[in-house]
Design a protein around this ligand. Sequence first.
Ligand code: B1M
Length: 215
Amino acid sequence: MTLIEKLKNAIIEVQPKKAEETTHELLTQGVGAAEILNQALIPGMDEVGRLFKEGEYYVPEVLVAAKAMNATLSLIEPLLVQGGVPRRGKIVIGTIEGDLHDIGKNLVSMMLKGAGYAIIDLGVDVNANQFVEAIQNEQPDYVAISALLTSTMVNIPHVIQSIRTAGLRNRVRVLVGGAPLTQAYAEEIGADGYAPDASEAVSLVRQMDQARAGT
Ligand code: B1M
């Protein structure tokens, strides 16, 4: 079994310590962050999701698997967030009200940080007022909202409406993402952009920066 398979299995078998140790071994061997993410962590978590959906795993197993994933993500963070990247804009990010999923948001934050953006992470279960306050206090260029549940993604339009009501809508671009969201939904609710994953989130922000610079 390769080390990458060992790491993927450690996530699936819900073994945080083994996941951390294997990640250390992979990093020592010079394996890159993208390979660790795309070939071990994300497929491992997808399998956990499948087992959960089929009733083989319950919330406690998924929680520990998530803990393992967040711990390994923080180990590869230095590779994703390498120094020397020129400072770009500021981004406020958070998981929408009612939603406690933060792995995807953390990954998006790390990749954007790695691309040179200053990140203000509001955490999980963030309501419309908290987003509005953060925009007033931090004056970001973008607000990124993550939702992982079909029952919580419907809270995003409320945030956009609150930003509009506070008179801040033309000061900030609203970006959305998370497994149940789509480009069509983003357009329907009046978001400025949608990204299906963390690297697309970086491309999206860069494209928007270029478009702004050109106007
Ligand atoms: Co929950 N959960 N969960 N869960 N969980 C899902 C999402 C689910 C699909 C599982 C399933 O049924 N197969 C299902 C949702 C069904 C639905 O609504 N359609 C579900 C459910 C039902 C629930 C509960 C309701 C279960 C219950 O209590 N009965 C409950 C809800 C709690 C709450 O939030 N109020 C719940 C709880 C939990 C845990 C707490 C146990 C745990 C979260 C722990 C944590 O995050 N710290 C958990 C987990 C881990 C999952 C799964 C297994 C994994 C999610 C994940 O981290 N994926 C998930 C099943 C699955 O996705 N396979 C599931 C890895 C991550 C890298 O991907 O988050 O998609 P993702 O992020 C991607 C993209 O989506 C995108 O980029 C990221 C990186 O590439 N992206 C953005 C995300 N945010 C973005 C923002 C952007 C751009 C891109 O801004 C511009």
